[in-house]
Design a protein around this ligand. Structure first.
Ligand SMILES: [Zn+2]
Length: 310
């Protein structure tokens, strides 16, 4: 069996740090699947929750009947027969080289981490919350997450963007105020969210943006997503001095005190990272009644999204 190339398999994969960590843990045998738990004497029943075969990481991600069907639905030019894979390393190599067909249109290697992740999370939802995601929902979630993450990767959030922002600041562009809000409701098996952002420059120009997302687990997660997306949007627009206002007391406390908030942990970690792209960034709490414009933009986005989904 060829040795694992960690750079190729993990650290150079163009995906979110969370996905890199997930692949890294899989390759280290560090996902808490039945077989691993049995090795560590944690449990005695170690079978797959879907097919009763022994649950190894390879089984869960590639060999299980459910995984096979998910990979079969993946928008790859050629069917990927996941049962032919003999090791995790081999499986990752095979899927990493797949391009995705239009209209998904993600570059080579950009979708597979999210498919692995969706298989893993749908397994956990089944075991721990007794929520059943179908093969179709699982591949849809992977595609939505991959596209969402890729859209948020504005070219070079780091140095170049930062420098051009500095230049603009020197030319007198002042502080931008952004109000953000989210609307959330249960829809089908999971929640959907509409997010809205209103940017107001000190010269008084106003611009508004919105987006909508499926598989958002709670209203709080939706609010956190709105804050993160507002920051991404601000970076994309070249704003370097920003006051971000929203009406969630829980989140303002969590962000300002840097205290982890379990449900939104990954999103808050992203917020802390992207903060470095600003020269000045403040988070302000505003009462709900002062945030009605962002609220209605978020609601409209949610309604439009739901009518699209039927
Ligand atoms: Zn199985």
């Amino acid at each position: 069996m060829p040795a694992i190339n960690w750079n190729q398999q993990v650290w150079n994969v163009k995906t979110s740090p969370k996905m890199q960590m997930f692949i890294w843990r899989s390759l280290h045998g560090a996902l808490p699947v039945g077989e691993q738990l049995e090795i560590r004497n944690i449990v005695t029943t170690t079978t797959c929750c879907r097919c009763n075969e022994p649950e190894s990481i390879l089984h869960l991600l590639f060999h299980c009947n459910f995984a096979q069907k998910v990979w079969k639905l993946a928008p790859f030019p050629q069917d990927f027969i996941s049962t032919l894979i003999t090791s995790l390393n081999e499986g990752l190599n095979a899927v990493r080289n797949q391009v995705t067909l239009p209209p998904v249109g993600l570059d080579r290697g950009k979708l597979y981490p999210w498919i692995l992740w969706a298989i893993w999370t749908s397994r956990n939802q089944k075991i721990f919350e007794n929520r059943i995601f179908t093969v179709e929902e699982t591949i849809l979630k992977a595609t939505c997450d991959a596209r969402e993450w890729n859209l948020a990767q504005i070219p070079v959030i780091g140095k170049t963007r930062f420098l051009s922002g500095v230049n603009r600041a020197n030319h007198g562009v002042g502080t931008i105020v952004c109000c953000t809000d989210a609307a959330w409701m249960m829809f089908g098996a999971s929640g959907s969210a509409g997010l809205g952002w209103i940017f107001t420059a000190d010269e008084g120009q106003v611009s508004s943006y919105s987006s909508a997302h499926s598989f958002v687990s709670s209203a709080l997660v939706a609010e956190a997503l709105a804050i993160r997306e507002a920051l991404f949007k601000a970076v994309e627009l070249g704003f370097t001095s920003l006051i971000l206002q929203f009406d969630s007391l829980i989140l303002i406390k969590a962000i300002n005190s840097r205290s982890p908030l379990l449900e939104t942990h990954g999103i808050l970690a992203d917020i802390v990272l992207i903060e470095k792209s600003f020269i000045s960034l403040k988070f302000n709490f505003i009462p709900r009644l002062d945030n009605t414009v962002a609220d209605s933009v978020a609601k409209q986005a949610l309604w439009a999204f739901q009518s699209l989904l039927g």
